[in-house]
Design a protein around this ligand. Structure first.
Ligand SMILES: CC(C)(COP(=O)(O)OP(=O)(O)OC[C@H]1O[C@@H](n2cnc3c(N)ncnc32)[C@H](O)[C@@H]1OP(=O)(O)O)[C@@H](O)C(=O)NCCC(=O)NCCS
Length: 264
C-alpha cells in the first residue's frame, strides 16, 4: 500500500440516496466521497458485523462531516501471458486505483436524547425514523450524565470503520485525529445563527442560552472498542450506562477539546 490519503466532505444534500441499495447502485447525484464512505461502512458494518443494509444510512448522514481514507493499490488488468515454451508473449498490465479503506463521521448538535441505560435499539434508531427525515432535530434539555449536563452542545464522532485487511496500521487513529483537528480549527462551524433561525427555534430565551460549541465531543462506542477510544483521550460516561444497538453493547464516552473562546 502506498501512503494513504484523506478526503473530506461536509454536510451535503443526499436526497435520492436509496438506503436499501448498496453504494455502487446509488444515483449519480450522490457525491463520490460519500459513496466511498458508505462502501467502507457496508463492508465493515453490514457484511462483517451483520447490521442490516437499511439501517446503515441514516438521517444524520446529510448533516454530518465525513472523512475517507484511501490506499493507492496496484490492480492487475491483464495478467502476463506465456507461450507453451514459457516465453512471455505479453507482459502483465496494471493500473493504480484509489481504494477507500477507512471512514469516520462527525455529527453536529442538536442530538436526540441519550439512550436509556439497558435499552435495545436498531442502529441509531432514535436518530432514524423508518424513513430518513429532513426535519431538523429540536434543541432539547437532555438528562444529565457524568460528563454532560444535559444542555451543553456536543458533537458526536461515529461510524469509525477500517477495512479488515488494513487494520493495525494506525488508520483509525489517523481518522480520529483528522476529525478532532478539524473540529478544533472550525469551532463555530455548527453554531446556529440567531439571525437566520430566530431565538425560539434554537431553544433560547436569553442571549447566553444560544447553543455554542465549547469543545465537548461524544462517542457511542462499541464496548469492545472502548479501550481504543480511551487511548485517544475519551472517558466512559458511567451515567450514560450501556445499551444495545443491533445486538452490540455500547457505552457513551466524552472528551473535551481546548478551543479558542468564541463569540456567540
Ligand atoms: C476499531 C477499528 C476502527 C480500528 O481500526 P485500526 O485502523 O486497526 O486502528 P489503529 O491501527 O489506528 O489502532 C487503534 C489502536 O488499537 C490498537 N490496536 C490495533 N490493532 C490491534 C490489535 N490487533 N490488537 C491489539 N490492539 C490493537 C493500537 O495499538 C492502536 O492504539 P494506538 O492508537 O495507541 O496506537 C477497526 O478495528 C474496525 O473497523 N473495527 C470494526 C468496526 C468497529 O468496531 N468500529 C468502531 C465502532 S465504535
Amino acid at each position: 500500500m502506498g501512503t494513504p490519503f484523506l478526503a473530506f466532505i461536509g454536510p451535503t444534500n443526499l436526497d435520492g440516496y436509496n438506503r436499501s441499495l448498496p453504494p455502487s447502485e446509488q444515483p449519480s447525484s450522490i457525491p463520490k466521497t460519500f459513496l466511498d464512505a458508505m462502501e467502507v461502512r457496508e463492508e465493515v458494518f453490514v457484511q462483517e458485523q451483520g447490521v442490516p443494509l437499511d439501517n446503515e444510512f441514516d438521517a444524520d448522514d446529510a448533516r454530518a462531516c465525513h472523512w475517507v481514507i484511501y490506499a493507492s493499490i496496484n490492480e492487475t488488468t491483464t495478467p502476463e501471458r506465456q507461450d507453451a515454451d514459457g516465453n512471455i508473449v505479453s507482459s502483465k498490465q496494471s493500473i493504480t486505483i484509489s481504494k477507500p479503506i477507512g471512514t469516520i463521521r462527525l455529527v453536529p448538535f442538536p442530538h436526540p436524547p441519550h439512550h436509556e441505560p439497558g435499552s435495545s435499539y436498531a442502529a441509531d434508531a432514535l436518530e432514524t425514523s423508518s424513513s430518513p427525515t429532513t426535519e431538523p432535530l429540536p434543541y432539547i434539555v437532555d438528562r444529565a450524565t457524568t460528563y454532560h449536563d444535559g444542555k451543553e452542545p456536543y458533537i458526536k464522532l461515529g461510524r469509525l470503520a477500517v477495512v479488515k485487511e488494513f487494520r493495525g496500521s494506525g488508520l483509525a487513529r489517523m481518522l480520529v485525529s483528522a476529525s478532532m483537528t478539524w473540529a478544533q480549527q472550525n469551532p463555530t462551524y455548527f453554531n446556529p445563527s440567531v439571525k437566520s433561525m430566530g431565538m425560539e427555534k434554537i431553544g433560547a430565551l436569553l442571549l447566553d442560552e444560544i447553543p455554542v460549541w465549547k469543545g465537548l465531543i461524544c462517542v457511542h462506542a462499541q464496548e469492545q472498542v472502548a479501550k481504543t477510544w480511551a487511548k485517544w483521550g475519551y472517558k466512559v460516561d458511567e451515567g450514560m450506562g450501556t445499551w444495545i444497538e443491533e445486538g452490540i453493547n455500547h457505552v457513551g464516552m466524552f472528551q473535551r477539546l481546548n478551543i479558542e473562546k468564541q463569540e456567540a
